[in-house]
Design a protein around this ligand. Structure first.
Ligand code: HAM
Length: 426
């Protein structure tokens, strides 16, 4: 019988890597809370129409990457390829605009796209995202919201220990600017597109903006000469963009104006951005986002401008691993009972230390001391020896592996001492 494996493009996450994922989740939640975001959890399954109308029929995502099925005649469901459309659907469905306040919502969860799998690109991947959305009277269109979201991202990346990122920033203009630019672009592409790559030839017909994403070296000189979206923007969009930039300058968040950053989803208006990272290879976008002032209305809701982002958590993990900043996988202590008879006492000691919040590995009394030291050295920062003498006197022998320091400590002070050693390692 053939052995079953995880579906292509999906994968199991195992310890110790899952500890890193949990560390990232916890850091993101902590940072989001400081900016007054609350968590939203929307279903993985949505009506297919949501993405067709929200993300756009002509986008790569909707036209060829969605997992769509028909559970019963007349019903079409899709496993969410992204979460912004779902959040805006929930905003409309629960009339969150009625509060008159900005809604600041974050989410962490799996998304599904039938893309060609490669490093950093999966068919089930995880996003950590956030959206700020609300009625215009709540200030949802303000460029300050854009700047605050970008500053929050810079803070989150710094707290995660990710440096060396580049923030690419652009404006794709208002709902009327964009079609105007697409028209200009179509006209400019017409005489040159036949000498471009196959993808560009297809995109020039279906979705000309995607031509700007082309990575083919031979096409670059042609693309460099195409008209820029900036020249199709109205004054309001240009001013909005300039105000976002000024606010970023004021708080010292560096960025680069990338005229080609149009992003692959149709709902964007005005600000678009990506954070790219050098240690990710071809799939170098750590996160992406932007403003979507017309999305709520496109889904049949009230006017509710918004801005948000989604971080590719799989890529964040790759980036942290590449930097060797893996959250420590070692326990604070490995408890080595001397002889089987000490096993119950060792379990009690482990329980005491774990109650103090320490991570503890419990050895086994059948191990010889040499084996305990070898195992302890692999699993923990320190080893604690528990023999009959130690149990009777309450004075334990500890060896800290990194410093090779060996000392005796009273049971009452053991937890404190192990915590101090842990901090000196991190
Ligand atoms: P997106 O650019 O399609 O935007 O995805 C955001 C991030 O998700 C990407 O930058 C990347 O890190 C990660 N990602 C996308 N596809 C994959 C994949 N196949 N494998 C691994 N990671 C992937 C959105 O999804 C928008 N909803 C973002 C947004 C929120 N805009 C406004 N609010």
């Amino acid at each position: 019988m053939s052995v079953l494996q995880a579906v292509r493009g999906t994968r199991d996450l195992l310890p110790p890597e899952t500890a890193l994922w949990n560390h990232i989740d916890a850091t993101a939640r902590r940072v989001f809370e400081r900016y007054s975001f609350g968590e939203i959890r929307t279903p993985i399954l949505e009506e297919t129409q949501l993405f067709a109308r929200g993300v756009g029929e002509e986008t790569d995502i909707v036209s060829k990457e969605m997992y769509t099925f028909t559970p019963e005649p007349g019903q079409s469901l899709t496993m969410r390829p992204e979460n912004t459309a779902g959040v805006v659907r929930a905003y409309i469905e629960h009339q969150l605009g009625e509060t008159g306040q900005l809604q600041k919502l974050y989410y962490i969860g799996p998304q599904f796209r039938r893309e060609r799998p490669q490093k950093g690109r999966y068919r089930q991947f995880f996003q950590i995202g956030a959206e700020v959305i609300g009625p215009p009277s709540a200030g949802s269109e303000s460029p300050l919201r854009d700047a605050e979201v970008l500053e929050m991202l810079a803070t989150l990346l710094s707290e995660l220990g990710i440096s060396g990122w580049k923030l690419l920033l652009n404006s794709v203009g208002s709902a009327t600017d964009r079609p105007r630019y697409v028209q200009t672009l179509r006209a400019a592409l017409e005489p040159v597109v036949s000498s471009m790559c196959e993808d560009c030839q297809r995109r020039a017909v279906t979705n000309p903006l995607r031509v700007l994403d082309c990575k083919h070296a031979e096409d670059q000189p042609i693309i460099a000469k195409l008209p820029r979206i900036w020249d199709s923007l109205d004054e309001g969009s240009k001013e909005h963009f300039a105000t976002v930039c000024a606010a970023l300058d004021a708080c010292g968040v560096p960025y680069e104006h990338d005229h080609r950053l149009v992003r692959g989803l149709d709902y964007y208006t005005r600000t678009t951005f990506e954070f790219v990272s050098g240690d990710l290879g071809a799939q170098n976008a750590l996160l992406g986002g932007g403003r979507y002032d017309g999305l709520s209305e496109a889904l049949g809701g009230p006017r509710a401008p918004g801005i948000g982002f989604a971080i590719g958590e799989d890529r964040l993990v790759l980036s942290l691993q590449a930097r060797n900043k893996q959250a420590s996988q070692l326990a604070a202590a490995y408890i080595a009972p001397l002889g089987d008879r000490m096993n119950p006492a060792a379990l009690v000691l482990a329980r005491e230390l774990r109650a103090l919040g320490l991570r503890v590995e419990l050895g086994d009394g059948s191990f010889r001391l040499k084996k305990s030291f070898e195992t302890g050295n692999k699993l923990a920062y320190s080893i604690v020896i528990l023999g009959e003498d130690e149990a009777a006197s309450g004075i334990l022998t500890v060896k800290h592996f990194a410093s090779a320091e060996q000392f005796k400590v009273s049971r009452a002070e053991l937890g404190q001492k192990l915590s101090a050693l842990l901090n000196s390692n991190n």
